[in-house]
Design a protein. Structure first.
Ligand code: C5P
Length: 223
C-alpha cells in the first residue's frame, strides 16, 4: 500500500450550519448541508489523519474512521472547537457559522398577539471561531472558507490576510452555485500562491484541498 500523506496528523474540522434558537420551537440558521466539511473529514481520514469533526445540525452519516461531535449553536461549536484546537495540527473551518443569534431565547413559544402583529428580533454577534483559533499560540495550520457572491479572489485574499490564515478555500455562491449542492468549484489561496480547482464533486475537491494542506505543511524544499 502506498504511504499515506497524513499518517498521525491530527485534523479538526467544523462543518454544517449553526442553529440559533428564538424560542423552544423556532430558530434562525444558515443554509448549509455540511457536505463540504464532511468530505474534507473523509478525505483527511483516508490519508491517515486522526480526524475530529465538529458538526452542526445536518443529516449526514459520519465518515469512516472519523470522531464526530454534534453541536447546535455557534457558541456550542466554539466550545467544542476551542477545547480541541490546541491539540490539533490542522483546523479546517468549513462550518457556515451564523454571524448573529437572538439576544434572548424565549423560554416559551412566542405567541401572535393579534392578526397583524409582527415580531422584532434583536440580534447580537456570535464569536468568530476561525479568528479565535488563528489567534492561538501555538496554533494549528488554519484553513478557512470564503463564500463570496462577487470579486471572489480579491475578497478571499483580503480575508486570508485579515484573519491571518494559512490557506483559504473560496467559492462563488448565488445563482445556483455553492450551497446545498453536490458539486462546487474552489479557488485555493495561501500566502504567495493559488490553485484553481475546477468544478467537481465535493469529494474530489476535498481530496485536492487535503493534498494542498499536506504540501503546504511540509518544510519548504520538500513541497
Ligand atoms: O468572515 P466569514 O464569515 O466569511 O468567514 C468564513 C470563514 O470563517 C469560514 O471558514 C467559517 O467557517 C469561519 N467562521 C467561523 N466562525 C464564525 C464565522 C465564520 O469559524 N462566527
Amino acid at each position: 500500500r502506498r504511504p499515506r500523506e497524513l499518517d498521525g496528523v491530527r485534523f479538526l474540522v467544523s462543518a454544517g450550519p449553526t442553529y440559533e434558537d428564538i424560542d423552544p420551537v423556532r430558530f434562525i440558521g444558515n443554509r448549509s448541508s455540511g457536505r463540504m466539511g464532511f468530505a474534507v473529514a473523509a478525505a483527511a481520514a483516508a490519508e491517515g489523519a486522526q480526524v475530529t469533526l465538529v458538526a452542526g445540525p445536518v443529516h449526514l452519516p459520519t465518515p469512516r474512521g472519523v470522531e464526530r461531535v454534534d453541536v447546535r449553536s455557534a457558541r456550542e461549536m466554539r466550545e467544542a472547537v476551542l477545547e480541541r484546537a490546541g491539540a490539533s495540527d490542522v483546523f479546517v473551518a468549513a462550518a457556515a457559522v451564523g454571524d448573529f443569534r437572538p439576544r434572548d431565547v424565549a423560554p416559551h413559544k412566542l405567541k401572535k398577539a393579534s392578526a397583524d402583529s409582527g415580531l422584532d428580533l434583536s440580534l447580537v454577534q456570535n464569536p468568530d471561531i476561525l479568528a479565535e483559533v488563528a489567534a492561538l499560540d501555538p496554533r494549528p495550520f488554519v484553513v478557512g472558507f470564503a463564500a463570496e457572491t462577487e470579486r471572489v479572489e480579491e475578497y478571499a485574499r483580503a480575508k486570508l490576510e485579515r484573519k491571518r490564515l494559512d490557506l483559504i478555500a473560496a467559492n462563488e455562491v448565488g445563482a445556483g452555485l455553492g450551497f446545498e449542492r453536490e458539486d462546487n468549484a474552489l479557488l485555493l489561496l495561501w500566502p504567495g500562491g493559488r490553485e484553481a480547482l475546477d468544478r467537481g464533486d465535493k469529494a474530489d475537491l476535498a481530496r485536492a484541498l487535503v493534498a494542498r494542506i499536506a504540501r503546504l505543511r511540509k518544510p519548504v524544499g520538500e513541497q
